[in-house]
Design a protein around this ligand. Structure first.
Ligand SMILES: Cc1cc2nc3c(=O)[nH]c(=O)nc-3n(C[C@H](O)[C@H](O)[C@H](O)COP(=O)(O)OP(=O)(O)OC[C@H]3O[C@@H](n4cnc5c(N)ncnc54)[C@H](O)[C@@H]3O)c2cc1C
Length: 391
């Protein structure tokens, strides 16, 4: 049995995702000797699969309101000190072409590879050392932090945990970040899948899910939160941006309300028609909704008579179609993990633990979850930089 090789650094960053890399680059540029330990055989695997392979790397309308956390004020400081313009400047420095898709979402014109190549180049410039295929087994703390991987032992007075959340376990997501937080006595807000498709119960699945693939622009509401975007019917229930957004606010037992014709009148033309009957209403509804959905929805909501009152009720139902999902599609399909390391435990300026000096948490592992649309990366970049400036 050989003794493990001991390597000493000024700072150790666990996880070569968006947050860990920006943190390491920032600290490296400030002259710190930084090592990034990553279990995968390459950096930024989630960046590569993000945004349908084109990486929605930020959102130009980024505001603290686009984030969910037990403490909605926590993210403000880091987001204000590293803004979408800062990341865009980095993208432009590397001549990566990009475009705005909708709602301020910026995507690479070609492929997300460009972003990981840019981050790799920045790591080289900042002399950051990347240790790939280095799964973290154990973290110890005495005079300094000691991190054990299969092959080596890393030591440093500073440890940054950037190991992400639980979503997409098949590309390597692990609970290690939350485990390290608990090991050091830090509170962790209960985690749950977010930005995730919702599953309907057997009865509603039987009614709607053979329409899988049909999509419509809707306004989806859960509690106080509402999003107007596309909804997609799936084999198991509902997805599409409007549903993914609302899923982050949904919990078991809560109903969601779907306005199938936001800002539109769906039935007046039929009410005012000479012949009031199902065929007229169907024709009018098909102007508003994809025809298969219009036909199915009407068959299931057909009034017994075509009175004015029945029309008023039908119009209401079009705008308040209420469903109670039974579940989400879980971490396998979730874009992010909501919950995480309790922000009360961390400095909002530096992401350092208040209890354990030298221990930092950045990115998705922290209880800050962005809306869909480039906000999660903006949080990862901004929180990473906040810590990197403090190392
Ligand atoms: C399919 C998909 C598409 C997405 N698209 C977008 C998008 O377009 N825009 C957007 O803003 N957000 C998007 N997101 C969310 C975004 O990818 C994440 O919020 C972001 O990557 C979080 O960054 P992070 O650095 O905190 O964590 P991660 O990117 O998850 O990085 C954590 C790293 O830690 C490593 N790690 C974990 N455990 C260990 C261990 N035990 N030992 C060593 N290393 C370990 C992991 O391998 C990983 O490389 C998407 C997510 C998914 C799943």
């Amino acid at each position: 049995m050989f003794a493990k090789k001991i390597r000493t650094f000024d700072a150790l960053v666990l996880g070569a995702g968006a947050a860990g890399l920006l943190c390491a680059i920032e600290a490296g540029k400030r002259g710190r000797r930084v090592a990034v330990l990553e279990r995968a055989d390459r950096i930024g695997k989630k960046i590569l699969i993000s945004g349908g392979g084109r990486c929605n790397f930020t959102n130009i309308h980024c505001q603290p309101e686009n984030f969910i956390s037990a403490n909605p004020h926590f993210a403000k400081s880091a987001l204000a000190r590293y803004t979408p313009s800062d990341f865009i400047a980095l993208i432009e420095k590397h001549h990566i072409s990009y475009h705005e898709k909708t709602l301020g979402q910026l995507f690479c014109d070609r492929s997300a590879d460009a972003v990981t190549e840019m981050l790799e180049a920045e790591c080289r410039l900042a002399s950051v050392q990347l240790f790939l295929n280095s799964k973290i087994h154990k973290v110890q703390h005495a005079a300094e932090f000691v991190v054990l991987t299969e092959a080596a032992e890393f030591r440093s007075p500073v440890l940054v945990v950037a190991t992400g959340g639980l979503s997409i376990p098949k590309i390597g997501a692990t609970a290690i970040g939350y485990d390290i937080a608990r090991q050091f006595g830090l509170k962790v807000q209960k985690t749950r899948p977010a930005l995730v498709p919702l599953v309907l119960g057997a009865e509603e699945r039987g009614r709607y899910c053979d329409l899988a693939g049909v999509s419509a622009e809707v306004a989806a509401t859960c509690g106080q939160h509402s999003f107007r975007e596309k909804m997609l019917i799936t084999h198991k229930g509902l997805s599409g941006p409007a549903i993914l957004q609302i899923s982050s606010y949904w919990s078991k037992g809560k109903p969601i309300r779907i306005d199938l014709a936001p800002d539109r009148d769906a039935t007046t033309a039929a009410r005012e028609a000479k012949l009031r009957n199902a065929a007229t209403v169907r024709a009018v509804l098909q102007e508003v909704l994809p025809s298969r959905l219009a036909r199915r929805w009407l068959d299931l909501h057909l009034p017994s008579a075509w009175t004015n009152q029945a029309f008023t009720e039908l119009e209401r139902q079009v705008h308040e179609w209420t469903l109670t999902p039974v579940d989400t599609e879980g971490y396998e399909k979730a874009e992010v993990t909501a919950g995480g390391v309790d922000t009360d435990e961390l400095s909002a300026k530096t992401m350092e633990s208040r209890k354990v000096p030298g221990l930092f948490f950045v990115g998705e592992v922290v209880d800050v979850t962005g809306h869909l649309g480039g906000f999660n990366f903006q949080w990862a970049w901004a929180s990473g930089v906040a810590a990197g400036r403090a190392l």
